[in-house]
Design a protein around this ligand. Structure first.
Ligand code: UFG
Length: 321
């Protein structure tokens, strides 16, 4: 069975990718420095290497052990922090990723699935966003993702490797079977913050802006279940190994849900009111961001199983029960 290296495999999305591949019978090697990932997310059956992507010698060791494909999800991902401390993002997201590409080329590893982001598009010029939308990131985090896409594109044109760049929209949810229980430390995203409010760990949620040009005035996003993302990684892996061609696709449901709708749905699921207030808009937030993911459907035969936001939120709440 193929040996798949999951870099950043102990993180939130990486652990779900790990589960998907283990369930399908792949040999999985998780490579993670545990700086934000969690050892409890390394699932039974997976091998584990604790090392950083800045450690070229550790990368060389693992790449020379016979790897058929790499899935790379190791990155810093706090948008606000990337604007205050760009060097941290340059080092981890750009240098670290280049280390991975170089180690792959040196060891003749030909396939990489890369965790990219809708952040590469910047402010939407139209919605839903397809892959032809202009690339114009408005934060350094988004730039780091695009920088690696461009490098993979060069490496691919030069015949060194094939890549799948997966541009995630808003990843949410947890594995429905409860196999993954590691929560993110210091979460920055909406749903984990709401869960902290629901469980009393945080006093209240501030909704950033209620004067947007949307039906209820709050921002609309495309929330995609992490298990659907994981499934797309596996399909992308098989596409690379079978077709020996690169691809870049959006991953989202195409449906928009507002912050207020998320709050209302959560209140229904947990059976109590959430403490929240309305705060000023957060700089850089577009009113609406949704995906056109037809290309992923066409090339990968991928479509999300989760299309109901309540079902998605329930999988997060299950972790608290
Ligand atoms: N929000 C609040 N209050 C909070 C946190 C978030 O109102 O305390 C709102 C935001 O303003 C936004 C929505 O909830 O309207 C979702 O915010 P997140 O921070 O969870 O996610 P973003 O849409 O800002 O960012 C996500 C990913 C980024 C990625 C970006 C663009 O987390 O990695 O989508 O694709 F860059």
């Amino acid at each position: 069975m193929e040996r798949i290296l999951i870099v950043g495999g102990a993180g939130y999305i990486g652990s779900h990718v790990q589960k998907q591949l283990l369930d399908e019978g792949f040999h999985v090697i998780v490579y993670d420095d545990l700086s934000s990932g969690d050892i409890i997310n390394v699932l039974p059956g997976a091998d584990f290497v604790k090392a950083s992507i800045l450690d070229k010698s550790a990368l060389k060791d693992v790449m020379s052990s016979g790897i058929d494909a790499v899935i790379h999800l190791a990155a810093k991902k706090a948008v606000g922090e990337s604007m205050i401390n760009p060097s941290l993002y340059a080092e981890n997201n750009i240098s670290g990723s280049l280390n991975i590409l170089n180690a792959m080329v040196e060891n003749n590893v030909k396939n990489i699935v890369f965790s990219s982001s809708a952040a590469v598009y910047g402010m939407p010029q139209y919605c839903p966003i397809d892959e032809n939308h202009p690339i114009s990131p408005i934060n350094y985090y988004g730039y780091t993702k695009f920088a690696i896409e461009e490098n993979m594109n060069w490496f691919s044109q030069l015949g060194k490797l094939n890549y799948a760049a997966l541009r995630y929209f808003n990843a949410v949810g947890y594995d429905a079977s409860g196999a993954i229980r590691g929560k993110e430390r210091n979460p920055q995203n909406l749903l984990p913050i709401i869960m902290e409010v629901a469980t009393g760990k945080r006093e209240k949620l501030s909704i950033f802006g209620n004067d947007y040009d949307t039906p209820d005035g709050t921002c609309i996003r495309d929330y995609i279940h992490v298990s659907d993302l994981a499934k797309a990684h596996s399909l992308a892996l098989k596409y690379l190994m079978n077709k020996k061609q690169s691809l870049t696709v959006n991953l989202g449901t195409g449906m928009g849900t507002s912050v207020k709708e998320i709050v209302d749905a959560t209140e229904k699921i947990i059976g109590k009111k959430l403490n929240y207030d309305f705060a000023p808009r957060r700089p850089g937030d577009p009113a609406k961001l949704t995906a056109n993911a037809h290309l992923a459907q066409k090339l990968l035969n991928w479509s999300p199983d989760y299309t109901c936001i309540e079902d998605i939120i329930q999988t997060v709440w299950n972790l608290e029960l």
